[in-house]
Design a protein around this ligand. Structure first.
Ligand SMILES: [Fe+2]
Ligand SMILES: [Fe+2]
Length: 483
């Protein structure tokens, strides 16, 4: 069985895993022969991909903790805000997990993006409980964690849909409204005496960041309850790996890159490390491209998250990347759909944004290292207009003459005028109207406080991780993106 993008499906292929169709929840059962009609329905329904079976992928091994029926039950309970059923589903997820000796969440869920919120809550619940189990929480606590995860975004429905789905930048008032959703959830749950206080605390803090930059309170480190930390990291992981109106899903490995980049800044390090042990970086059935140019299918995981067991497409040979001596220096460079380039990325991007009236945002990057500038340009250049400067003085001159960019990325440690002084100088002259992000090589408490005092929207620790940088830039420009 392997995961295949909807665009790549061909009539005659067989469904490898039950698919729930749309809101009326009809099923397309495992083993069904795909016809042109089914494929069109899957495409139109917003499905990113499905599992199919073929002789090549016979060896693929996977574990299923939650079957599609329980999934469906959970989705319906969340949609109906039916606390009784939600508690049942939570108990069932936990009991399923406790039965397994080693938990691995191998399968992508097969959802369409129309039903994002309800599926999202169910995914977050399953992953959170799996992380909780690995952390050896008691059964009672796992139930609480699961209940909190299933209800965490209830309050979102009180936020106007236009704001949640808005593509452009949010206004101050709109952003303030988004930030209220955890408190709305808290209030909704407060009305039910059967819900433990720990659940309310967890939902209230599920957007708090380790460094205190989250909302609603700006709590940091140990002030954030453990269950909130788990839901927070899993929540972001699920948002990144889902198809949304403004983006294609990230492969699991890229989502992990974001989580790892955000360790100790956004996320608790221990939670991210635990997630890496229960959610595979390269789930079985995924296509991968290797550094030697070979393309392969992931068959199973090994003890090392980034060295799975694979089957090479061209030769059909099975290779365990963890131990095979011929592949010692070979690594996975890309995962997801690597066999075919289905869409021209830039074209697709412009189309998504309504190409005609879309203007590329300008990002100014100031860094004394030419190598660092080149790598940032490579990461952001396709999507934005990037202008680079090697000194603060040059950047100040540019802004004076050409006006403000849409975002500034400023290295702190530079000879001559350092990044913080450059920002101060721009501010003094009244030339600082763009949001700015700092690059820093050291991330101690002092630097963090200084960044905050100066009004930086974010800081990024070097060496830069491409996915982390791209996503933080998108968030800074829009202010909020559902991660
Ligand atoms: Fe949320
Ligand atoms: Fe969420």
């Amino acid at each position: 069985m392997r995961f295949m993008l909807t665009e790549a499906l061909q009539p005659g292929m067989r469904v490898g895993r039950d698919i729930i169709f749309g809101k009326n929840a009809s099923m397309l059962y495992k083993g069904t022969l795909l016809t042109e009609k089914y494929i069109t329905r899957l495409c139109n329904g917003g499905y990113y991909g499905v599992y199919v079976t073929d002789p090549f992928s016979e060896e693929v091994e996977y574990g299923e903790v939650v079957d599609q029926r329980l999934y469906q039950k959970g989705v319906e309970a969340v949609e109906a805000e039916d606390i009784g059923s939600i508690m049942d589903v939570a108990a069932q997820i936990v009991s399923n997990l406790l039965k397994e000796e080693e938990v691995a969440l191998d399968l992508f869920d097969l959802r369409s993006y129309d039903t994002y919120t309800f599926y999202h809550s169910m995914n977050v619940a399953v992953c959170s409980a799996a992380v909780g189990r690995k952390l050896e929480l008691t059964e009672e606590d796992l139930n609480i964690l699961c209940l909190a995860a299933l209800t965490h975004d209830f309050g979102k429905r009180r936020v106007p849909k236009e704001i949640i789905n808005k593509r452009g930048k949010l206004t101050d008032a709109e952003y303030e409204e988004v930030k209220k959703h955890p408190s709305y959830t808290y209030d909704m749950l407060y009305q039910n005496p059967n819900i433990p206080a720990k659940v309310r605390q967890a939902v209230l803090c599920h957007h708090e960041n380790e460094n205190g930059s989250g909302y609603p309170f700006g709590k940091a480190g140990d002030e954030i309850p453990l269950f909130a930390k788990i839901i927070h990291a899993v929540d972001v992981y699920d948002a990144l790996t889902s198809k949304r109106s403004y983006k294609e899903p990230y492969p699991a490995a890229n989502a992990f890159e974001y989580l790892i980049g955000g360790k100790n800044i956004l996320f608790d390090e221990k939670i991210v490390d635990t997630m890496l042990t229960v959610i595979p970086m390269y789930p079985p059935g995924t296509e991968v491209l290797l550094s030697n140019g070979e393309k392969a299918l992931v068959v199973a995981h090994s003890a090392e998250p980034d060295r799975p067991i694979i089957k090479v497409f061209e030769t059909g040979v099975l290779v365990n990347l963890e131990i095979d001596s011929h592949y010692m220096d070979i690594y996975v460079v890309k995962s997801g759909a690597v066999l075919t380039d289905y869409v021209n990325k830039v074209e697709q991007l412009n189309e998504n944004r309504g190409a005609k009236n879309w203007k590329r945002e300008t990002i100014m990057v100031v860094d004394d290292s030419a190598m660092s500038l080149a790598s940032v340009e490579k990461i952001l250049g396709e999507e934005y207009h990037v202008c680079t400067f090697t000194s603060g003085v040059d950047a100040i001159c540019y802004i004076k003459e050409n006006g403000s960019p849409d975002l500034i990325i400023m290295d702190i440690e530079m000879p001559g005028l350092n990044g913080m002084d450059t920002i101060r100088a721009l501010e003094k002259r009244g030339n600082l109207s763009a949001p700015f992000i700092f690059f820093t090589a050291t991330c101690d408490r002092e630097v963090v406080i200084l960044c905050k005092e100066l009004g930086a929207v974010d800081y990024i620790v070097k060496p830069v991780r491409p996915v982390y940088l791209a996503e933080r830039v998108a968030i800074a420009l829009k202010r909020y993106r559902d991660v």
